[in-house]
Design a protein around this ligand. Structure first.
Ligand code: G6P
Length: 733
């Protein structure tokens, strides 16, 4: 209240000062104008009368003077005329005038001015032929009255302004400051008391930034409290669940405080220009979803290709930027690639060569000499970036991600034998015959074996890798320890099934109806698919299964809706571009089949092609009755785990391809062969019609699997094995 009072008083004082100053100058100008007008009139009359009145001065003929003045009697405000000797005494004067008047000042033809009390104005002019002067008098009371009127009007204006401004100020202060503060205070009080505070206060007002910060602070406290409660619960239950805090402490201990360096081609945050402004984009990538929680928990540096069109504008002089943008926890170091390098290394060798080589999904790998050279050159470029990052750090710890960097482990080790290096391969590894078609298989295997630890999602891929090494290189395989020994160096080859963090206490779920409406979908039974638009994901097979399901179960026409959130990916590659078109065509074809006059406005398949923010996808997970993952071949597939990890009020059902790594852990999903359209269609029906009890049992068992084998456990196991590695010259740990 005191603030409001001070604000209003300040406004009143400021308005009064401005208004008073303005009125003062207006009054002064009005006074000058009115006197000028009298001066003008007086001097004109004195001039006009002087000649006629001059003879009367000699005769001191007041009567005649009265007559002459009478002729001007109609003149406004004229009070009279008098004739004077040089000393000022009147020789003749019309009645009611002062007996004397001061003679005109030297050098002025007319001497005009107000008399002392301001009620009369006098203008004098010397006579021409005899000594003395003539004086003309006008009433001047209106001058002061005019000035008073100006002040009165000024005051009224001030009063109106002050009243209006105060009312508006009070209104705005109440609406935009006091009410939001009251609401925010109440919201935070409830939060502090551990009660449900409802939705966060609106962010649009002037207090928006403050409310945003307060919201974040409150949420952090809430998360910290939940984490502490969870820790306490687990300690009590003797459970060893991995949490971000536990991983942080564990990593600090195992790496003896050394920073963690992660290398992955895809950056977790791209800065891009949109409508002239720089915005942040989080890419659709299983790798990013899996690895980022580790860096958020432990800190460190992520070295990645700077692919956003505004990336260069947002880094410092060492090409670094702190992320996540809203709450920085670690550094992102960007490496710049030319168009040719990106073409050859990323699109060419990595995604047209290694990707189809490792995924058995019936796409022919393309191996071009030029792409291989670029792949080699870019691996060297990243090696240089990493070497700068680890300069001066003894026994640094470098975690390399994926098939983009098969040559990097060896390059780093050659320059820094003391470094502990791991390479995690996020995609499958095929059998030795399949991999053997790669013209550079020996170089690739040699590069990978520079690492102390090579990880895959499942044991099967480790076995394939070891067999490939066994056939292609001169080395010793220790099948008991799953290690490759070559020239005095050992590489441990182990499965580390990647995972996600369980989402808990996410607040009230969104409305399914609203989400569906937002993309123009209709239906009550929502089945979801979330993918990068990649030919390995089995999206076309899934559509065929939806078609078959509706053919076999017409009762669901109009009620069932399949939403596919598809993120375009690697679209410079013709195979991917064609695939997006194929997916769109197939959705159109199936929708057209079911478009009858009874189903107007309903489509069985709603394909939302575009970039979908992780927070948006998370909202869909929370309301979808079932999620379908039908990859033809997948290292792990984190969409399956993300769905299971989502904080839902009711259990959901997961339909999962047996060709994913996830199917080895999520055994209570409905496991399908995605090529078997009939079986997937039947699984859709089974998912929808499942008894609630069975649905809950399966859901809880899958959630338990993700809870225990979460992403922090993945990070901890990798760090553990890496810390046990014995790089050249390393102290034993
Ligand atoms: C999926 C794969 C990862 C791969 C990523 C690349 O997430 O599982 O192994 O690194 O896709 O996607 P990108 O868009 O970066 O090519």
């Amino acid at each position: 209240m005191r603030v409001t009072f001070r604000l209003v008083v300040s406004i009143v004082l400021a308005a009064a000062a401005v208004s008073a100053g303005w009125t003062f100058f207006s009054a002064r100008a009005e006074r000058a104008r009115l006197i000028d007008e009298l001066d003008h009139r007086g001097s004109l009359l004195a001039e006009g009368l002087r000649e006629a009145a001059e003879p009367l001065a000699k005769r001191a003929d007041a009567k005649a003077l009265e007559r002459i003045a009478g002729r001007f009697g109609g003149r406004e405000r004229l009070r009279g005329v008098s004739l004077h000797r040089p000393d000022g005494t009147a020789v003749a004067a019309t009645s009611g005038l002062p007996p004397t008047a001061p003679p005109p000042r030297e050098g002025r033809p007319f001497d005009c001015g107000l008399l002392d009390d301001g009620s009369l104005h006098r203008c004098t002019a010397p006579l021409e032929e005899s000594p003395g002067f003539i004086a003309v008098f006008h009433g001047a009371a209106h001058v002061e009255a005019g000035v008073r009127e100006v002040w009165r009007r000024g005051f009224m204006r001030l009063l109106t302004q002050v009243l209006l401004m105060s009312a508006i100020t009070l209104w705005i202060v109440h609406l935009d400051v006091l009410a939001p503060i009251e609401r925010t205070v109440e919201w935070m009080r409830l939060l502090r008391a551990g009660e449900d505070p409802g939705p966060a206060p609106p962010q649009g007002s002037v207090l928006g930034p403050l409310a945003r910060e307060a919201t974040k602070l409150a949420r952090s406290l809430e998360t910290a409290r939940a984490a502490a409660e969870e820790e306490a619960r687990l300690r009590h239950a003797g459970h060893a669940l991995w949490t971000p805090e536990r991983l942080k402490e564990h990593t600090k201990d195992r790496l003896r405080g050394k920073p963690m360096i992660v290398v992955a081609n895809r950056e977790p945050y791209l800065h891009v220009r949109k409508d002239g402004a720089v915005t942040v984009l989080r890419p659709a990538s299983g790798l990013v979803a899996g690895v980022e929680p580790i860096l958020k928990a432990c800190g460190g540096t992520w070295v990645a290709h700077g692919a956003g069109d505004a990336d260069r504008e947002t880094v410092d002089s060492s090409d670094r930027v702190r992320v996540p943008p809203e709450e920085p926890r670690y550094s992102l170091r960007r490496v710049w690639l030319t168009r040719e390098q990106e073409e050859g290394y990323y699109y060419g060798f990595a995604n047209e060569g290694l990707w189809p080589l490792c995924h058995i999904a019936h796409a022919r790998p393309q191996f071009r000499e030029q792409d291989w050279k670029q792949y080699h050159a870019v691996n060297r470029l990243f090696a240089d970036a990493v070497l700068t990052e680890i300069e001066g750090v003894e026994e640094p710890c470098v975690l390399i991600q994926d098939y983009h960097f098969a040559l990097l482990p060896r390059m780093i080790k050659e320059a820094r034998p003391d470094a502990r290096v791991s390479l995690f391969w996020h995609i499958p590894w095929p059998n030795p015959e399949a991999f053997g078609i790669c013209p550079w298989q020996r170089e690739i295997l040699d590069g990978m074996l520079g690492a102390d630890v090579v990880g895959f999602h499942i044991q099967y891929h480790c076995n394939n890798f070891l067999e490939t090494v066994d056939r292609a290189l001169e080395c010793r395989i220790d099948w008991e320890r799953f290690a490759v020994r070559r020239g005095g160096h050992a590489t441990l080859v182990k499965p580390y099934p990647i995972s996600v963090a369980l989402e808990e206490n996410a607040g009230p779920p969104p409305s399914k109806e609203e989400l569906l409406r937002s993309i123009g979908a209709r239906g009550t039974l929502l089945v979801l698919g979330v993918d990068r638009l990649d030919y390995t994901k089995g999206i076309l097979e899934r559509f065929l299964a939806v078609e078959r399901f509706l053919e076999d179960n017409p009762a669901y026409v109009g009620r069932f809706v399949f939403v596919e959130l598809g993120a375009p990916s690697r679209t410079t590659i013709p195979r991917y571009r064609d695939f997006v078109e194929e997916v769109k065509r197939e959705a159109l074809r199936i929708n057209a089949r079911f478009d009858t006059k009874d189903t107007r406005g309903w489509r069985p398949i709603v394909l939302a092609v575009g970039h979908h923010e992780r927070t948006e996808v998370a909202r869909w997970y929370r309301v979808a009755d079932a999620c379908v993952v039908t990859s033809l071949h997948d290292g792990m597939n984190l969409v399956a785990k993300e769905y299971v990890a989502s904080d839902r009020e009711e259990p959901g059902t997961l339909i999962l391809s047996r060709f994913t790594g996830a199917s080895r852990e999520l055994r209570d999903a409905l496991i399908v062969n995605p090529y078997d359209v009939e079986r997937v269609a039947a699984a859709l029906r089974q998912a929808i019609e499942m008894e609630p009890e069975e649905r809950r049992r399966r859901w809880e068992s899958m959630r338990e699997a993700v809870r225990e084998h979460n992403i922090y456990r993945w990070g901890a196991r990798l760090v553990d094995d890496l810390s046990r590695a014995r790089p050249a010259g390393a102290a034993s740990t």
